[in-house]
Design a protein around this ligand. Structure first.
Ligand code: GDP
Length: 460
């Protein structure tokens, strides 16, 4: 594939703000020559790809702006497949501005958000799914979302889909050829093979489609709600969990990440505790947690923590509450609180009623909170069957095209079964191809590209 070099662009590639080092990336036609104009050191235009050179960047009058290390990447062996120069300078706002200004004076323009990645995509460095994974990777802030993005970046599902799409294209061509023969009863496209291919594609699509709710949860957090009767200890538990989280985060040296209210990271999964405002407020409000109110709370949740007071649970009422939770169809965990204040006998009685695993804790004393956390993460992993390294769909655009393809193929198969004419068949197949093509970026529109790449930050 021929690669293209567009006009030179530059941007700060590292995070803005003060740091020990900042990296300015320059990409495009003549970017090595242009940088060489400002650089005092070796002649960069004579240096091999993937080499680093120490020197100074200077003002037009020869005064030094900064000592820098310059890395040269020659097309097509660079991120954008264009000539690329990375200038590592000291991370001061002033120095960065001065260097960028010098580059501008030499005819380089500031890059738009995502422009480097867009160029990489246009030069065939990767497909659209992978380009979007770059954005996700940059934004990933939990182990699981990082892993999902990395899998996609490595080719993930799009490579396999691309191959299957190609096979489908060949079939469509044959079916369309049949159309040219009009009245004559010819069949160039082998129907059984076509059916097999469509079934194969659907088999590939289904786990991806199913992974979306998990993928989305991993990316955005698993919406989790704590429900239970008043005085069960919900706010005590919430505070215990969040305080532990704050302690964990501030124990990691050098972390500056603010603890986001109501978020919990357990074994790489992000849990978003929803509807916690009520729990954090004064407790003296008389809250009639009727079943209706609980159900409403549970509606937005993907995971329910049902917390009950072990000391104060009437068997009948307890049974009723558990039935309600089960009827909701939501994944849940039963958590018995106030372990410090109940007898073994009470515990066994309640466990017998529940007839399933209960996690016993004392929210007030922070007892068994680790067990609760393991149970939470195990529950999510179980539902999701998130296996390390398997492709997980986290992007709603991908999800829409995956389901679009699947529906079109289902129709095409139905059509085959009922013996539709080739023109109907071709139409369903075309729809499937369109979705697959848009998914991997083999079919693109400028609007789509703009909307995807504008979500990147500048310098990416
Ligand atoms: P909520 O209404 O469900 O939010 O319940 P709260 O968190 O306000 O707790 C109700 C009462 O139970 C408070 O007096 C807490 O101190 C008490 N409580 C909470 N957790 C425990 C526990 O583990 N053991 C004991 N003995 N009391 C607890």
């Amino acid at each position: 594939m021929t690669t293209y070099q567009l006009e030179p662009i530059a941007a700060l590639a590292t995070a803005p703000g003060i740091g020990a080092i900042a990296v300015i990336r320059v990409s495009g036609e003549r970017s090595i020559e242009i940088t060489n104009q400002l650089f005092y050191g070796k002649n960069l235009t004579e240096q091999a790809s993937h080499t680093a050179h120490f020197g100074t960047i200077r003002n037009a009058d020869g005064s030094i702006i900064d000592e820098v290390l310059i890395t040269v990447f020659r097309a097509p062996k660079s991120f954008t497949k264009e000539d690329v120069v990375e200038i590592s300078c000291h991370g001061s706002e002033f120095i960065i501005q001065q260097i960028l200004r010098r580059l501008m004076a030499e005819g380089v323009r500031l890059a738009r958000p995502g422009e480097f990645t867009q160029r990489a995509f246009l030069n065939g460095q990767f497909d659209l799914v992978q380009a979007e994974a770059v954005a996700d990777l940059i934004a990933s802030d939990s182990d699981a979302s990082h892993r999902a993005a990395l899998t996609q970046l490595r080719g993930g599902f799009s490579k396999q889909l691309k191959e299957l799409r190609q096979q489908l294209i060949d079939f469509v061509a044959l079916v369309e050829l049949e159309l040219d023969f009009g009245e004559e009863d010819v069949e160039f496209a082998h129907r059984d093979q076509l059916r097999q291919l469509m079934l194969t594609i659907r088999r590939v699509l289904h786990p991806l489609i199913d992974s979306f709710s998990t993928g989305n949860a991993i990316k955005n957090g698993v919406p989790t709600v704590i429900v239970g009767k008043p005085n069960a200890g919900k706010s005590t538990l919430l505070n215990a969990l969040l305080n532990e989280e704050k302690a964990i985060v501030s124990d990691i040296p050098g972390t500056t990440r603010d603890v986001i209210e109501d978020e919990l990271f357990i074994e790489g999964i992000r849990f978003r505790l929803i509807d916690t405002a009520g729990l954090r407020q004064a407790t003296d409000q008389i809250e009639a947690i009727g079943i209706e109110r609980t159900q409403q709370k549970m509606r937005d949740a993907a995971l329910v923590i049902y917390l009950f007071d072990g000391r104060n649970s009437q068997p009948d009422e307890f049974q009723l509450a558990i039935n309600e939770i089960r009827a909701s169809g939501k994944p849940y965990i039963l958590v018995g609180n106030k372990l410090d204040a109940i007898s073994d006998e009470t515990r066994q009685t309640l466990e017998a009623i529940a007839d399933e695993k209960v996690v016993w804790i004392s929210a007030a004393r922070h007892t068994h909170l680790d067990e609760l956390k393991s149970a939470l993460s195990a529950r999510v992993r179980l539902d999701a069957a998130v296996q390390t390294g398997s492709a997980v769909v986290t992007n709603s655009r991908h999800y829409a095209h995956l389901t679009g393809t699947d529906n079109a193929l289902a129709q095409a198969i139905d059509g085959l079964d009922s013996g539709v004419t080739p023109d109907w068949l071709a139409m369903d197949l075309r729809v499937a191809l369109q979705h697959l093509g848009e998914l991997t970026g083999e079919i693109t529109t400028d609007d789509l590209l703009d909307s995807i790449f504008s979500k990147f930050c500048i310098g990416k």
